[in-house]
Design a protein around this ligand. Sequence first.
Ligand SMILES: [Zn+2]
Ligand SMILES: [Zn+2]
Length: 254
Amino acid sequence: MRLKVLGAYGASDAEHNLTGYLLDDWFAVDAGTLTSKLSFAQQARIQGVFITHPHADHIRDLPHLIHNRFSQNVGPLTVFATREVMDLLSKHLFNGVLWPDFSVLTSPLTGKPMLHYRALAPGKKVMFNDIGLTAVPVDHAIPASGVIVEMGGQAIAFTGDTGPTVDIWKRTNKTENVVAIVTEASFPNDQQWLADESAHLTPQTFGDELKKITIDAPVYASHRKIPFERDIESQIKNLRDRRARVLLEKNYTL
Ligand SMILES: [Zn+2]
Ligand SMILES: [Zn+2]
């Protein structure tokens, strides 16, 4: 599988982008960065997007991805999230004030709905085209779920934002052929109090999470906050676990 990391940071400036991942060019996880780094044609190829949680840094480009669908002659976009997260998106974002609810509109080009919402029950695998999606709740400041994506005989787990957590590791450990895990390390070790308060990880607690993971696959730390990215990077290296890596904004072949 190909993983295109469009955004690997928990903050943004001209050189750092908010969370957004694209698998094999057609399935996205989080939408902090999608439209801002993809051409109109590349956006049209996206068929589904999973949203871990509705914090602004994970959904920034979602209204624009949906809006652009209006003038693309392609099938509907399916937005996946847990019911709790979906309800928060409907109430606070797609409420006719911040942005329209495009799911009730029909595409002028295809005559079909432009958008579907599909709520996922935690822990229950669903199929979308030929990929498997399992949402697994994590521990963050607001309702949030990671997702395990099974695609072409390989699996990849994304936690999204989380503090120390349990369920997604248990589920990932039981999943066949996991080729990568993408989690987070938002703050450096000397800001452990802030990470704890906001339900995020530091390299130190990232290291504790690594001990819960029994499989031998690279575990990437994403969502580093500017301006601590170098400190976090060296602290991840100092864990001396060969699985521990920082996630870079580049294309990975897994
Ligand atoms: Zn975030
Ligand atoms: Zn968050």
